[in-house]
Design a binder for this molecule. Structure first.
Ligand SMILES: Nc1ncnc2c1ncn2[C@@H]1O[C@H](COP(=O)(O)OP(=O)(O)O)[C@@H](O)[C@H]1O
Ligand SMILES: [Mg+2]
Length: 295
């Protein structure tokens, strides 16, 4: 197991009149190589939860293990934990401060005390992973970039540390559709090509569901669903709508057909899967249609 949370509770401003119970009894195992989507409304505790994965927050009660190490134990090297578990904050461009993109991405490797040629190698590798050309970008100021490019540089500055796990807190917030698709496809490629464990945080089910192997759905500080997106859409579509979390458009469409009495499987993630499901059931649907016409 890469990360394990046991009975984790977290309360902000504990014992103060305005305390907030942000996490309630979280039990979670994350295996190496998984690609996880963490979904939930704003304020449900997503950011609080992921900050437990690398020791930025320590549970009010309960335990967090990274590679079997209890990370709240005294003497634990949190720097090492944060190298393993790289966290890209929401709006990471706000934390860009170096004069050139090279310097920005070299910051982490430099702090690790790596030699100069290794630092350059890491910068080249990280820029490649976010599909930015070294020769065109290395000496540019990060502040001359578009919003999407800036975010990719921020991602590269975490990748240059070569984390085993990458957590991205709402990486597409405030990007236009083009910038959003670009960064999502890079994240997918980083997972698929380098075997890095990924947790992708989002409040938007569309897109994320199609990319990930496993969805964690949070509501009011709790994980209320955990499983492959198809399974969740097949079995829990109604519960998702009840808590006000949308389904992807195409899943929503299948779900509405189902509640109109069409016997269809709602665990579909894209138009191809919906088409297949409808074609496979065309005979059955046709006879339903004929009955309807006779009425
Ligand atoms: N630094 C903080 N101090 C006090 N309360 C906080 C703090 N950060 C978050 N909260 C509260 O904790 C709850 C969970 O917040 P958060 O983890 O940021 O949710 P999400 O990332 O899902 O939007 C919310 O009620 C939020 O207001
Ligand atoms: Mg958040």
């Amino acid at each position: 197991m890469f990360i394990r949370l046991e009975n984790v509770y977290y309360t902000y401003n504990l014992h103060m009149p305005f305390e907030t119970k942000a996490l309630k009894n979280i039990n979670l195992d994350i295996k190496k190589g998984e690609f996880i989507g963490l979904i939930g409304h704003t304020g449900c505790g997503k950011t609080t939860l992921i900050q437990h994965f690398n020791g930025l927050l320590t549970p009010t009660s309960g335990k967090v293990y990274v590679e079997e190490m209890d990370i709240s134990k005294k003497g634990i090297d949190l720097k090492l934990i944060r190298q393993k578990v790289g966290l890209v904050f929401q709006y990471p461009e706000n934390q860009i401060f170096e004069e050139t993109i090279f310097q920005e991405i070299a910051f982490g490797p430099k702090k690790l005390g790596l030699p100069k040629d290794e630092i350059e190698k890491r910068v080249r590798e990280a820029l490649k992973m976010v599909d930015l050309d070294y020769n065109l970008y290395a000496e540019r100021s990060p502040f001359t970039l578009s919003g999407g490019e800036m975010r990719r540089v921020a991602l590269a500055s975490i990748l240059s540390i070569r984390p085993k796990m990458l957590i991205l807190d709402e990486p597409t917030a405030n990007l236009d559709p083009q910038g959003r698709n670009k960064i999502l496809s890079e994240i997918k490629a980083i997972h698929d090509n380098f075997g890095i464990t990924v947790v992708l945080v989002s409040h938007n089910m569309e897109k994320v569901a199609e990319m990930v192997d496993r969805l964690l759905v949070m509501n009011k500080g709790e994980i209320i669903m955990d499983g492959p997106p198809r399974e969740i859409f097949a079995k829990r579509a109604n519960d998702l709508l009840k808590v006000g979390l949308g389904l992807p458009q195409v899943t929503q469409c299948m779900y509405e057909l189902k509640i109109r009495g069409k016997d269809l499987y709602t665990g579909v993630l894209n138009v191809n899967e919906a088409e297949k499901e409808i074609l496979n059931n065309i005979k059955k649907l046709n006879s339903q249609l004929k009955k309807y016409e006779r009425l």
